[in-house]
Design a binder for this molecule. Sequence first.
Ligand SMILES: Nc1ncnc2c1ncn2[C@@H]1O[C@H](COP(=O)(O)OP(=O)(O)OP(=O)(O)O)[C@@H](O)[C@H]1O
Length: 799
Amino acid sequence: MDFECDDDDELLKVVEQLENHTDDLNVAVKPEPHHLECLQKNFGHLEFRPMQWKVIRSIIEDKRDNCCIMSTGYGKSLCFQFPPVFSNGIAIIISPLISLMQDQVKSLNLVNIKSCMLGSAQTNRSIENDVLNGEYRIVYASPEYISGSGSDLIGKLKDKITVIAVDEAHCISSWGSDFRPKYLELKNLRQNAPDIPILAVTATASDRVQQDICTILKLKNPQIICTGFDRPNLEILVRRKTKDPWDDIGLLLRSKFLVGVSCIVYCLTRKATDNIYEILNSRGIKCGSYHAGKTQHQRKEIFDKFIRDEINVIVATVAFGMGIDKSDVRCVIHYGTPADMDGYYQEIGRAGRDGVPSKCILFYSDGDFEMHRHFRMNSRMSNKEMKRAEDRATVMKDFIYTKQCRRLKILQYFDGPSAQCPKLSVCCDNCRTASTSTTKQNIDDINKELDFSKDAKTLIDAISIFDGFSGISKPIAVLRGSKLKTIERYHNHKLMGSGKHMPEQYWKILADSLEQQELLQRQQSKADGFGFTTIKVTYRGKEWAASGKPLKFVPSEQLLHLMSSERSSTKAPTSSSSIKPLYDTSTSYGTSPIERAPIKGDEQLKRDLIMVRAMIASREGTMPYKIASEPAIDCLVRTKPLNMQELREAKVDGFTEAHYVFGPEFLKCIQRSKGFLPESSTENVESKAMTTAENPSNQTSSTTTTEASKSLAKSDNGFEDDDELFLSVEIDCEKIEKGLNVEKSVPATTAKKITRPIPKRVKYENSSSDEETSPAKAQSNLPVQDSSKPVGIRKRNIF
Ligand SMILES: Nc1ncnc2c1ncn2[C@@H]1O[C@H](COP(=O)(O)OP(=O)(O)OP(=O)(O)O)[C@@H](O)[C@H]1O
């Protein structure tokens, strides 16, 4: 094709057209059967997600660079794991987190994709030699290794490498929230690999970060992919805290949605984390507490218990962050408002990564914003950074107090004002309320200018009394007519009690708005070594107050919220207010997962399969959802395969060739539920015993965990300690934290053992199951193995 161009603009247009043309081709060209066969055999998926295929095709066919922003849980890993498996090549994957790399390597080896990890403290040269000899399909490496002792690896392997992937690529940009200086050294990657496709992947990157990624990694004509930021399976709910955390979180965790499933509770500080942990634990909710104040060993232990489903709830600060590779977290609770939307989005992103509907519930109080403000004021931010942090806090405030769709707010934050609400049937608390309710008035108020002249003048006059020598509390105390001793001398002032009609919080937020309009100004001062904030009326403020001009502006959503609550003379919503409860406590199964009554039919089968999964996972030293995800378990419950052929026909999502080795154990459980095998309450103990006998290093699950924790704690793979990765961003503001109510001495509930009747003989007809099985089918579906032999006795070699 020939193109003639008069000028640069023309040329750019042509290039753009060509690129679009290539992009269209990528979408239009569907995967061929041999691609899908490889996908199913090695990764257990029936099809590619659209953007996955677009990226994969451009790597394996066009050898093109890619910069991908894929929302959490979209399936980034497949984009860099599929190409080397399909092409019989090697992928080098650079990742910032050792624990995450360890998990990935373990899971890949489990499905017979040979993988390893290389770090800067690598002492074992034999792994490097094996890599050079092409023994590994996927090689994970730390940025330190790739830019240091391993910098010649890529050059030596050159022809064999299918793709170099930079995971969590946003860490390369100082504009990102997780900047890692070591990532900057990846700027030399291109030089060592001029012709190998580079794939940069991340879940969050603003335009600026995206630009940094492409520039620093020197990507050549990269295909930019963005899947959008929406997570349609997440329901977003916001609630005001009550006085008692148990009423908020405890009851929620005992609701029917959340009993027995994985939940993360995020708190703002370490002290709050420990308090909430105490409250939940003392009332029988098995949980762990995780924050940067714990030793690395303690953190690893809790982390392992959580990912192995030995505890369902983890109470944590933001230190429990990047690299949580657990796809079946069903609920993320925030007990306190996060500092900004980026953090909030990342944290809720840990829910429902397997696509199953999950909940994100944020409990806030007005004090949260004060706490963040105090933290900012006492930090060492430059003026520019401070302004940015304040802007981010305003976004978060608006998100909390909005009456609009919360999903839309999140999308607008990331995608800009033109973002559209996807109008999902399950969306957020505001959409729930709007579909039934009475808040139309408030929604109509949004974006309307309101007249604040009177209240603004009153507030400015009250602040003027103190002449810049006090914070905001004293002027507000005057307006509210407080009898505080500290304002005793103003008790007879004409302004005393003149602002009684509005709550304290209203005046504070009004002060924020006036500050934004530069009518007021806050300043940081220090006396006797203590920092404090004072507020004064600016020159502009004085001018306006003297002018008698009106002051109209569009109120922030928080201000609007306070005004409308006052207008309707109702309190701000609490969980005991007229708003429908978030969860149905009446149908809770009791006080803890183990106290639940046995459930008949499918739900019982699901529970049994989950138990089998846990045993296999413990034996294999991996996470239960890597053996079978929740959708996979649901598929088994739905299809109830009775033999290997039916199991294959069920096309269970995520079941690779290697997973079928576990098939008999799942089949046996299904056969038993249908009455083809006797039920045995002792099977768990037996199979655990067998597992231990088979492999003495696999003790009980808790021992396995402890061993795993120990080995991780001493960085057994020769890696540097990854402590700083966990410690980086936690807010340490215990001093300013208000104490939480800790309930003490509540007896822990005792576990009740669930027993089920044990039939005497194997039964092939008249199944007690609710699903009918014809005698013919029963004959053809004889048990796959001798039921007298305990599960787990076979010798297997999956590697
Ligand atoms: N093509 C597919 N079909 C079905 N499931 C898929 C497909 N690709 C990936 N998945 C599943 O989606 C889930 C998330 O995948 P993955 O861990 O790669 O996501 P991610 O984008 O890396 O998420 P995060 O940002 O949290 O790391 C996994 O359970 C994975 O098995």
